[in-house]
Design a protein. Structure first.
Length: 564
């Protein structure tokens, strides 16, 4: 029987699942889960795991749970739970009624810990955190056994029950697994299973003062939920023997299988929630949903689509080796997606006033402009044209550089969807010498965009009518860091922050069709890039547009490519 959707990608994880089907290892079941810790907002790296786990479940007719691995009350918050739920839904995935929390299993996990104590496989240790580290040894030297390792089962049970009852201060005792202090895998050298934490849990409040460690809770939560394939990133590869040890010692069924894959590392940003939290707390960014952040909420606010992110995750695939993925690949997926779905409009973000001297002052024309030249089904809109326009400041140069083909004194250009105009002069600010106005004439015979005498122009520029333009704020976002790997060097990663990662332009002019734009609406500003109405802009601020992505990879020549 062919269980897989043949249109879906193939990789080593799916090969394992195919073999499991062949051997009937999990009775023909596939059950995965996405298990984030609710201590920050999900980022693009989490999207890879979301797409992988939910995608595999869908491909093989299985299920995928959403579980909050909330085993540490420090820093966990319902805000993060809500962000995770919101972002996974936004990506297009549905866990139906299978939303779980590790904290739902606290009593059951406690009973598992008691079982290990009774089996002589766990003990209460009084060593301090520093002493535990010292006793653990190094990669080249074995560890030493704790002097408390051989406590009796009865004493360990009594101490652990007193730990739960809150009789000891934080740090006084921990519960450790009794495995092998001489193991070449340091993870197996009597790891901690429980510790005392005098902090209020966001769900269980003060019901507990002891909390299970992630490694202990994670494998057992998987088993409780009937997970067949526990898919995680490569940093947990050394933890797999511990994952299996807990399951084997307790004899629990079903027995999930841990499989590791390479995490997503993206150039010019960081994927560490701790580092992202640092940026938020320092005020470097305006919260977790700042469009400069690699969080899914930040990308959504910036104008990325879930379809583009899913396509990106599909393109990078699944591998066993860590690698750095070029940000340009993600941006190209966004461009490809937006190119197919968003309307084209005209906007001038650095306006320069143009006066057409021979155009009647009281005259207004309307040009019928298509929203997408390759998609007539998207329709068109009327764009007003008048004597005074705004063009991009960079589209005019008084003394043109070599190969500058746009507007300059004596030259002629075509206005997008409209007339040919020729520059006849400029007006400068007497104090600064800056050009504040460009004067032109127009050829009324070129309304069709072509000259009857057959003459051609070297450039077409966009514009908006000054009288009818809508004013807006435009925020130009760029790479958050100036180097591909900001965590690779010895310097503080914040030293590589890009001072030009955000530029705010407040006097932009847009064609009037954008006046009623709603939060989240996306457009291509012709010749400028893709933009999105900021859904989080302060009320009363008027229209605020975030640049989603440029029309082409502007970093290609600056920094070269980072090959995946």
């Amino acid at each position: 029987m062919d269980h897989a959707d043949t249109s879906s990608p193939s990789d080593f994880i799916r090969d394992i699942i195919e073999e499991d089907f062949r051997t009937h290892k999990h009775q023909g079941r596939v059950a995965t889960r996405f298990p984030p810790e609710p201590n920050g907002y999900p980022h693009i790296g989490h999207a890879k795991s979301v797409c992988l786990n939910f995608g595999i479940a869908a491909q093989y007719g299985g299920t995928c749970n959403l579980r909050m691995d909330d085993t540490d009350p420090s820093g966990e918050d319902m805000e993060y739970v809500e962000a995770i739920i919101r972002d996974v839904k936004w990506l297009g995935f549905d866990w139906q009624d299978r939303l779980y929390f590790a904290s739902d299993y606290y009593e059951r996990l406690y009973q598992y810990a008691l079982q290990l104590i009774r089996l002589g496989k766990a003990y209460v240790c009084d060593l301090s955190p520093d002493e535990i580290r010292e006793y653990r040894g190094t990669l080249t030297e074995p560890g030493r056994e704790s002097p408390y390792r051989n406590r009796s089962v009865e004493e360990n049970l009594a101490l652990f029950e007193r730990m739960r009852a809150g009789e000891f201060e934080e740090g006084r005792h921990v519960l450790r697994a009794k495995i092998d202090m001489g193991s070449p895998n340091v993870t197996m050298r009597d790891p901690i299973m429980y510790r005392i934490k005098r902090e209020t849990h966001y769900r269980t409040k003060d019901q507990w003062c002891i909390y299970p460690m992630y490694d202990f809770a994670h494998c057992l939560s998987d088993s409780i939920e009937g997970i067949t394939h526990s898919i995680c990133t490569l940093e947990f590869e050394n933890n797999r023997p511990l994952y299996d040890w807990f399951l084997e010692q307790l004899g629990v069924q079903p027995r999930p299988q841990q499989i590791e894959f390479a995490r997503l590392d993206l150039s010019y940003t960081v994927m560490s929630k701790r580092k992202l939290m640092e940026l938020v707390e320092r005020g470097t960014v305006d919260g977790w949903d700042d469009p400069q952040m690699p969080t899914l909420s930040g990308m959504r606010r910036r104008g990325y689509t879930p379809e583009a992110i899913r396509k990106f995750c599909e393109r990078i695939g699944v591998s066993k080796n860590d690698s750095l993925i070029d940000m340009a690949l993600l941006e190209n997926c966004v461009r490809e997606d937006l190119n197919e779905r968003v309307p084209r409009v005209m906007a001038v973000i650095r306006p320069l006033k143009v006066v057409i001297n021979n155009y009647p002052e009281d005259r207004v024309e309307e040009f019928d402009c298509p929203y997408h030249p390759q998609k007539p089904e998207m329709g068109s809109r009327k764009v007003p044209f008048s004597r005074v326009l705004f063009i991009e400041r960079e589209d005019f140069m008084e003394i043109p550089a070599k190969k500058f083909y746009r507007l300059s004194p004596g030259t002629e250009v075509r206005l997008r969807y409209g007339y040919f105009i020729r520059c006849t002069g400029v007006v400068k600010d007497p104090a600064s010498g800056e050009i504040v106005e460009v004067h032109c004439t127009y050829d009324p015979e070129t309304r069709s965009g072509f000259a009857p005498d057959g003459r051609k122009v070297n450039a077409t520029i966009h514009w908006v009518s000054a009288t009818h333009a809508v004013q807006a704020e435009v925020r130009l976002y760029d790479r958050l860091f100036t180097v591909p790997e900001p965590l690779a060097g010895e310097a503080d990663f914040t030293e590589y922050l890009n001072p030009k990662s955000l530029e705010v332009l407040t006097a932009c002019r847009l064609e009037p069709s954008l006046a009623g734009s709603q939060p989240g609406n996306r457009f291509q500003f012709e010749r400028l890039g893709y933009f999105c109405v900021d859904p989080a802009a302060a009320s009363g601020k008027g229209l605020v547009f975030n640049r989603t992505v440029t029309l082409r990879d502007s970093w290609a020549k600056v920094a070269g490519k980072v090959k995946p």
